[in-house]
Design a protein around this ligand. Structure first.
Ligand code: CTP
Length: 441
């Protein structure tokens, strides 16, 4: 009887591994396969093996080629195994040529041609990289593209946008899709930054085709639609994130924490402004389409701090002309009140103030991309200033990191809970319903 032996990590078992085992088996009557233990791999510099020892053993076992599987745990074990098991032939791939000549004292050593074009290292690299397709407005997509370069595990694969030349200037290795369907074919996940009235259909299509979604806020223009999208994502085991970069910025998260830890006492009032007097003046789109996302951002701190179960809401809308709109929405909770002022064609201080029984938090304009805020007391001597360095484009980088990680671990870790996204859509639905100006839907 001829006994043959071979060793390997066999991570993400592939065709090259199978061929090596088949050829080794053909050389004898009894095949022993040594699978490397995790510690042994680490000691020899392989740190990123993805599968556990048990999983790798199971892959080898499933081939049905091995008569015996052993674990290789330490340097020098090969000589002991070969002697103890009366091995006649030792094999290994040709990438190791010369390295195991020292074993020829105990058995024949054969270097078998390595199968070209495949390796665990490449598969691990592919596994790590989630390919992200981008759809929508070039300015937003460019920011996201630039931030994606700092994140491992995600790679921008393709883009569908009106401004093709702009994207070519950024990176000509990115595939330019000529339709949304083609974009979806070339990615695992999609970032949607198109006009809000397209969001619902685009998100739904992506989720139905098995793609994870990061969509600019709001994800839909109706409460019912938002609920439906989260249901589809849940059913298909996919990650759906509403994108509001403020939610991921360090200063904003720190102030949420301070309020939740009752640093200002009980929260009694939240006042939020999001205004711009010049935006949209030369724009052909109706005002609603352009400023819909402003409501989402303004509503965020209120819903994140006071919840979505307000008792009462009233809104006032003033239309200045076809491209300018001012809105004020007031909320009443059991023990607190809140209000937002959102509009274009109006100028106000874009600050956020959270008032409590002991002190208040003041976030200067523009609060949604701030790196700074103050905790203010009756006695100014007690005031505290908080400063956090903004990394790149506000919270985009952190948002992408959390989105990527959620896909990798298959758990939605979004900083914006689903019920908040749904509540935002409900408010926007009401605004559109009551508005004499229609969206371009
Ligand atoms: N092997 C092969 N052809 C390949 C890959 C591996 O013949 N394309 C052989 C190796 O030479 C070795 C055995 O399969 O004898 C187990 O290799 P292993 O190191 O587990 O696989 P790799 O794909 O080379 O892994 P890595 O990229 O981590 O080095």
């Amino acid at each position: 009887m001829t006994t043959v032996i071979t060793y390997g990590t066999f991570d993400l078992f592939h065709y090259g591994h199978r061929r090596l085992l088949e050829r080794t088996r053909d050389l004898g009557d009894y095949l022993i396969v040594g699978v490397t233990a995790d510690n042994f791999d680490k000691n020899r510099g392989k740190f990123d093996v993805q599968q556990s020892l048990m999983e790798r053993i199971e892959s080898v076992r499933k081939t049905g080629l091995a008569d015996e599987i052993i674990i290789e745990e330490y340097e020098g074990q090969k000589i002991k195994d070969i002697k103890q098991k009366n091995v006649d032939i030792f094999t290994v791939g040709s990438d190791w040529t010369g390295k195991f000549d020292y074993l020829s004292e105990y058995c024949d050593v054969l270097y078998l041609d390595r199968t070209e074009g495949i390796s665990s290292t490449n598969l691990r690299a592919e596994n790590r990289n989630i390919s992200l397709g981008l759809v929508g407005e070039i300015k937003v997509l460019t920011k996201l593209y630039n931030e994606s370069k700092y994140i491992s595990g995600i790679k921008i694969s393709s883009v569908f946008t009106d401004d093709i030349n702009a994207i070519k200037n950024i990176d000509n290795s990115i595939l330019i899709a000529d339709s949304y369907d083609k974009l979806l074919k070339n990615c695992d996940a999609v970032f949607i930054a198109s006009h809000p009235f397209k969001h619902y259909n685009q998100v739904k299509k992506a989720l139905t085709l098995g793609k994870h979604v990061l969509c600019e806020s709001p994800i839909a223009l109706k409460e019912k639609e938002a609920k439906e999208l989260f249901q589809i994502a849940h059913k298909n085991n996919l990650i759906l994130f509403e994108s509001i970069k403020t939610a991921y910025s360090t200063a904003y998260n720190r102030l949420l924490l301070l309020v939740k830890m009752d640093e200002i006492g009980d929260t009694l009032s939240i006042d939020v402004n999001y205004t711009n007097s010049t935006e949209n003046k030369n724009n052909t789109l109706s005002t609603l389409d352009n400023i819909i996302s402003w409501w989402s951002i303004a509503l965020l701190p209120i819903f994140q701090l006071l919840g979505t179960d307000y008792k009462f809401k009233n809104s006032s809308l003033i239309y200045l002309d076809n491209s300018s709109l001012f809105s004020k929405i007031n909320f009443e909770y059991d023990n607190a009140v809140a209000s937002i002022k959102v509009g274009n064609g109006i100028k106000s201080e874009n600050e956020l103030i959270i008032s409590g029984t002991e002190s208040y938090i003041y976030v200067p304009a523009p609060w949604w991309e701030t790196d700074y805020f103050e905790l203010k007391y009756e006695n100014p001597k007690n005031n505290k200033k908080y400063f956090y360095q903004l990394e790149g484009e506000g919270g985009i980088r952190q948002e992408l990191i959390v989105f990527t990680k959620s896909i990798q671990i298959n758990k939605n870790n979004s900083y914006i809970k689903n019920n908040i996204s749904v509540a935002i859509c409900k408010i926007i639905e009401d605004i559109i319903k009551n508005s004499p100006i229609k969206t371009n839907d």
